[in-house]
Write a protein that binds this ligand. Sequence first.
Ligand SMILES: NC(=O)c1ccc[n+]([C@@H]2O[C@H](COP(=O)([O-])OP(=O)(O)OC[C@H]3O[C@@H](n4cnc5c(N)ncnc54)[C@H](OP(=O)(O)O)[C@@H]3O)[C@@H](O)[C@H]2O)c1
Length: 338
Amino acid sequence: MVRGAPSGDLSGKTVLVVGANVGIGLEASKHFARMQPARLIIACRSEAKGKVALAEIERETGYNGCEPWIVDLANFASVIAFADKFKREGGDLHILVMNAAIALPVYQPTIDGWETILQVNYLATSLLSLLLIPQLVAAGRKSTVPSRMVIVSSGVLYWLTPAKEIETSLKPLETLGSEEWCIPNHMQSRYSESKLLNLFFVRALTDRLRSVTPLSTIAVTPGFCYSQLRRVWYEKPTFSFVKIVLAIHERLLAWTAEQGSRQLIFAAVGGRDDEENMKGGFVSRGRLVEVADFVLSDEGHRMQDTVWNETIDILSGVSDKISPIVRDYLVVPDSSIN
Ligand SMILES: NC(=O)c1ccc[n+]([C@@H]2O[C@H](COP(=O)([O-])OP(=O)(O)OC[C@H]3O[C@@H](n4cnc5c(N)ncnc54)[C@H](OP(=O)(O)O)[C@@H]3O)[C@@H](O)[C@H]2O)c1
């Protein structure tokens, strides 16, 4: 059963949805628009896509405070330019929803040399999330409730146990990103791996935020939804087994993107009476749920810490703003002090 979307009043608040032109992100943006935020920034890959989404949001909700901004997560320079623009023009940020993601069957490197799913779904998502911490914390300090950083993950991570080579690697991201590792067989789990990394990020960041910092970081799964996520399989000109199985699954089991978007809204504005538990939590079907056994295991904890350290190393090389943000806003978690 899908619960209704929580409603609320976002007047005076700024909301940013990344990946907002189609699917779950677009539907979430419409829900936000109905809550009348002072600003609703929808980040899309191109101006043309942003304008189409803006028109649909205005038409369906009557809200006219929507601003399309451009970001391409497959390009670190674009993410950095977006964060710089936000620092100049965005002001305080009350709700960030990192929704954009991609699913691909084969290895494709980005302009930065990373495998595309790994960069879009994880590295660039984490980069932008970290770069926007100052604006999120500034908003939380002036508000009666903490700001929310929502990272869209997926329930597919429940079915994933990372390969031993990845789990025990001292540089799992480097291994995952290497062309040698990205053979078609390994690429079958890449999307799920990226969604596990999203959850690791949320939990690791929560461990490193001081309890008094007015920012709650939350992972969410929208559930299996009909959207454009699996578009590359449908774009193939020939009939394939995968295409047929996907179509049957979607027809029989999928929620609409609007139904899925309600989970993002709950993660962004719901559970305010349980804020401490929301921090680092995983939202599914309108409530907090227990995460996968692997994430809770000793191996999972070790991998989460290894991935965090490697992420900060990589992203510090991408942007010189990462180190000061880590220094000024994060602490070493108790579990890492011996
Ligand atoms: N649908 C499901 O069954 C399901 C299940 C669990 C979790 N999720 C998660 O839900 C979220 C939304 O997915 P969806 O199902 O709504 O998929 P979707 O319809 O394909 O929407 C994905 C969004 O991400 C954007 N995006 C992709 N690559 C990007 C890039 N390089 N830079 C900026 N934006 C980019 C897309 O923009 P373009 O249109 O320009 O590509 C689009 O706006 C994702 O995080 C997905 O992993 C979905």
